[in-house]
Design a binder for this molecule. Structure first.
Ligand SMILES: Nc1ncnc2c1ncn2[C@@H]1O[C@H](COP(=O)(O)OP(=O)(O)O)[C@@H](O)[C@H]1O
Ligand SMILES: O=P(O)(O)O[C@H]1O[C@H](CO)[C@@H](O[C@H]2O[C@H](CO)[C@@H](O)[C@H](O)[C@H]2O)[C@H](O)[C@H]1O
Length: 439
């Protein structure tokens, strides 16, 4: 068995470089083993505790490392290189076999969903996209997501996919199997959509088309996205309706509404302390949040996606599919599981249209004509999305006070997110907040 403690500084240095390692600012100082299971074929499943956080780290070790595995090497131990096994196609193929067998190895169980029989011997490949976890694709049939920092208890991604599957919505990738250890869900196998394209890629291609055509309007260029935006709105509304049927809805009490508004103010406080440029808009933001306290209609809450944006929707041959129901990254488990207004997802997607429209333009001295075009694209697609949503689950624009507060709250969240992760993109949410404040 490989003991992570024996990998020393090499492991600590490697960990902080991984996209999925969450405590980057704090760094990694100590590593301990919380579980190690030999799964056969040289694959070792390992749970490590880095300082006080639990991570999943499948490991492999070889004397001679083939070229394609060199980037996965963590460090050397004796005469072997120890590496991240998620990048080893042979070892990952073995995981599919364990799932197909319904195996149990020590405490780890590999189970398919009821009625699912898996195809075996499919070629495994790491998906190789930027993501918070690590996913492996099998043939063109399945995708397995290994949660890098699994939460104890029911896994929201799995539970909500199961609920949506049972409601029969076509707007998800079917759940096919789960790898777990006790109450920790470690892996989730789903149908892979081979020809699907991320919403962000198609939307931003459309924006590029428009910006390249200085004289044409958004509805005149070849890559107009409004039809897709409309269908996406309807798909999100269908998912909300299905979640409401399967997991219920309730009316938030006045105290709960107050708590929600207090949380918006608290997020703003945190953002203000890090990004002083926001101070000029503080009054506008606080009054938009407080307006929610005065709403007359009861606030309906239910399970929602929780982290919706154009990178979380795929356009498949059959239509739009929503993925990744884990909820807002980095939010505490309780907050991710709590029922929320479905307008949170709507607001988040509206923000995403704004991002897609403006992400190419950057700072303040941008060409006015291009800014006007981007705004036109954003308005057109936001309206189309809302209209598509309205056809299935009620018009979100009729709740404009709530929608405005939720969009601004999301923009404040994005200010912090960009400040920490992509400072070059900070002007996008800042400029959006600035535009709102204009008459
Ligand atoms: N069912 C699927 N079919 C095809 N591609 C998928 C599927 N699910 C996810 N993907 C691809 O994998 C990427 C990461 O998936 P996601 O569930 O968002 O992982 P993470 O939680 O790590 O961000 C997505 O952006 C998408 O490109
Ligand atoms: O995809 P994640 O679940 O990790 O979500 C986080 O990262 C997103 C960026 O990858 C971030 O989304 C923001 O940028 C998107 C463009 O890259 C844009 O479409 C979104 O509207 C915007 O919020 C998301 O906020 C964050 O939680």
């Amino acid at each position: 068995m490989i003991r992570p403690e024996d990998l020393g500084e090499g492991l600590l240095t490697w960990l902080v470089e991984q996209r999925w390692f969450r405590a980057k600012a704090r760094g990694a100082t100590t590593v301990g083993t919380r579980g190690a299971t030999a799964l056969g074929h040289g694959l070792q499943h390992t749970m490590i505790e880095v300082d006080s956080d639990l991570y999943q780290l499948p490991l492999g070790a070889r004397r001679d490392i083939p070229d394609h595995l060199t980037p996965a090497v963590i460090t050397r131990l004796g005469d072997e290189s120890v590496y991240d096994a998620t990048q080893d196609t042979e070892l990952m193929a073995h995981l599919l076999t364990l799932l197909a067998d319904g195996a149990t190895v020590d405490g780890l169980s590999f189970r398919t969903e009821p009625g699912v029989t898996l195809e075996r011997d499919l070629r495994a490949r790491p998906i190789g996209v930027e993501q918070s976890n690590t996913s492996i694709v099998y043939g063109a049939r399945y995708i397995l997501k290994l949660y890098r920092q699994p939460d104890p208890g029911p896994n929201r991604d799995v539970e909500l996919h199961r609920a949506l599957r049972s409601a029969g919505t076509p707007h998800i990738a079917a759940p096919l199997g789960v790898i777990s250890e006790g109450d920790l869900v470690l892996g989730f196998l789903q149908e892979f959509l081979p020809n699907a394209v991320e919403g962000w890629a198609t939307a931003t291609a459309s924006v590029r088309d428009l910006l390249a055509e200085g004289d044409l309007h958004a509805d005149e260029v070849g890559g107009d996205f409004a039809g897709e935006a409309h269908r996406l709105g309807a798909a999100v509304a269908d998912v909300h309706a299905a979640l409401a049927t399967e997991t219920g809805t309730s009316a938030a009490s006045p105290d709960e509404v107050d708590a929600e508004v207090d949380a918006m103010h608290a997020r703003l406080d945190a953002a203000l302390s890090e990004v002083p440029e926001l101070a000029a808009r503080e009054r506008l933001l606080r009054s938009a949040f407080d307006a929610v306290r005065e709403l007359r209609e009861p606030l309906t809450v239910q399970q929602v996606h929780g982290d919706l944006h154009l990178g979380q929707v795929l356009r498949s041959n059959e239509g739009w599919v929503l993925i990744d129901f884990e909820g807002e990254p980095a939010a505490p488990l309780e907050r991710r599981r709590a029922p929320r207004s479905p307008l949170r997802d709507v607001a988040a997607m509206l923000r995403s249209f704004d991002y897609a429209a403006f992400h190419l333009l950057g700072g303040e001295d941008t060409d006015r004509q291009l800014m006007a075009r981007a705004e036109e694209w954003s308005d057109r697609n936001r309206a189309a999305f809302s209209a598509g949503y309205a056809e299935v689950a009620g018009d979100p624009t009729e709740q404009d006070t709530l929608l405005r507060a939720l969009e601004l709250d999301k923009a404040v969240y994005e200010v912090r997110y960009e400040h920490h992760n992509r400072p070059d993109w900070l002007p996008i949410p800042l400029a959006a907040i600035q535009r709102w404040s204009m008459p």
